[in-house]
Design a protein around this ligand. Structure first.
Ligand code: ATP
Ligand code: MG
Length: 399
């Protein structure tokens, strides 16, 4: 592949849902622009601008195509990005446009068929889009005589966009994660284990624009704190695309021991879950989170039957969002692979879920029975104690 280009490389950042936002649109666009700028890390971005309906990131001079593609792939994983295109910027001159189109199409190998799609967002450019399609197409046919033009479903589309002072040419696009930019939908508190499901649930809500903090309950001091390290690793993965804010860690082992000693064994898990939710609710008020999030999926395990979900729901007055409630495990696993948390989540670590588990947990909990069992414990005091002993780590998130 040709490393050097005589044109400046660009990444066009397309969005979809933001485009539907009517008069709020500019707020969403600015949010996305801010997020991409803040997350760019070591990628060679010089600057990012808003142009009609898209963002365009300009890459440093001398950026190789490999670096540009890696940058576009990274940006496509940021919530709010529907698609990215790797391309070239050139002057509004037909010879420059032909040369940039030939270079762009060359990078799209291997392919058999192509078409040109030109548009001008400024009518002060004298050549209309139909003529540009024809002329750029002719230049490409001359440069690639063995390829054919195909208007319907070509292997490659060479886009030519003429804007105010320059033209953008691109033939390579990749899909993004979609959704809305983080920071556009309020704050949430997610119950985050080191398992497969809850990191996916958190990511899905971040992808809907929520600023997500999390609380993790470890089994310490009754177990090792290995799950805390896994949650930290998961959080670092989510941090790369700006999907996680603060993580609170609460040691639940001692309280679980007390519950296990004095509660009918089949109800233990429901009581553990209710205690977790109450602590999460308390921590939420400290950070202004408006709802809780869990990774539950209907019927997946004993604690996730409809009856038991009703029993845990009743523990708090905040709304509980369950983005995975109707999702099959296989689909959750695919998403975990895609976001990069799966490998970490399948490492073995005891956490509070594995602690003091009864042999046969209740699958059809009744709220009155659960509340009766719970009344044996000083729950309010425990919630105070646990919430005030929570340790907090803040991850990098664009503000
Ligand atoms: P996960 O893979 O997310 O752990 P799971 O299928 O193992 O889910 P459960 O163990 O029943 O299901 O947990 C249901 C939900 O309760 C989790 O998705 C998570 O939101 C919350 N949860 C469970 N254990 C913990 C924990 N140790 N810390 C924080 N939240 C937890
Ligand atoms: Mg679990």
């Amino acid at each position: 592949m040709d490393q050097e280009s005589s044109f400046q490389r660009i990444v066009l950042i397309h969005y979809h849902e933001i485009g539907l936002k009517g008069h709020n649109r500019s707020k969403f666009e600015s949010r996305l622009l801010k997020n991409v700028k803040a997350l760019k890390g070591a990628f060679p971005l010089v600057t990012i601008h808003r142009i009609s309906g898209r963002l365009v990131a300009f890459l440093e001079e001398g950026t190789s195509i490999e670096e540009a593609l890696a940058c576009a792939a990274f940006i496509s994983r940021i919530p709010g990005v529907a698609r990215t295109s790797c391309g070239l910027k050139c002057s509004r001159d037909m010879d420059a446009i032909y040369a940039a189109a030939i270079e762009s199409l060359g990078l799209a190998e291997p392919f058999e068929s192509f078409k040109v799609q030109a548009r001008r967002s400024h009518t002060d450019f004298p050549i209309d889009s139909m003529t540009m399609n024809k002329d750029v197409g002719a230049a490409l046919c001359a440069a690639f005589p063995e390829k054919r033009v195909q208007m319907k479903d070509p292997d490659v589309t060479v886009h030519v966009e003429v804007i105010q002072n320059s033209a953008f040419i691109y033939a390579h696009s990749m899909p993004g994660v979609g959704g809305l930019p983080v920071g556009s939908s309020g704050k949430l508190m997610c119950l985050l284990s080191s398992g497969i499901d809850s990191p996916v649930a958190l990511w899905q809500m971040a992808k809907r624009g929520a600023r997500c903090s999390a609380v993790h309950f470890s089994g310490a001091p009754e177990t090792s704190n290995a799950s805390e390290y896994l949650v930290d690793d998961i959080s670092h993965v989510l941090e790369k695309t700006g999907c996680i804010d603060k993580v609170f860690t609460v040691e639940l082992g001692a309280h679980q021991r007390q519950i296990s000693l004095d509660c009918p064994p089949q109800l233990r898990v429901i009581l553990y879950r209710r205690l977790m939710l109450k602590v999460a609710e308390r921590l939420s008020s400290a950070i202004g989170a408006k709802a809780l999030v869990t990774g539950e999926s209907l019927g997946q395990v004993a604690s996730q039957t409809l009856e038991n979900i009703c029993c845990t729901d009743a523990a708090v007055s905040m709304p509980i969002l369950r983005p995975l409630i109707g999702t099959d495990k296989q689909d959750i696993i695919s998403t975990a692979h895609m976001i990069g948390t799966y490998e970490i989540s399948t490492e073995d670590a005891p956490d509070c879920c594995t602690l003091f588990m009864p042999r046969s947990p209740e699958t059809h909990g009744k709220l009155s029975v659960v509340e009766e069992a719970e009344s044996a414990f000083p729950i309010d005091e425990w919630v105070d104690e646990l919430a005030s002993s929570a340790r907090c780590v803040a991850y990098e998130q664009p503000r």
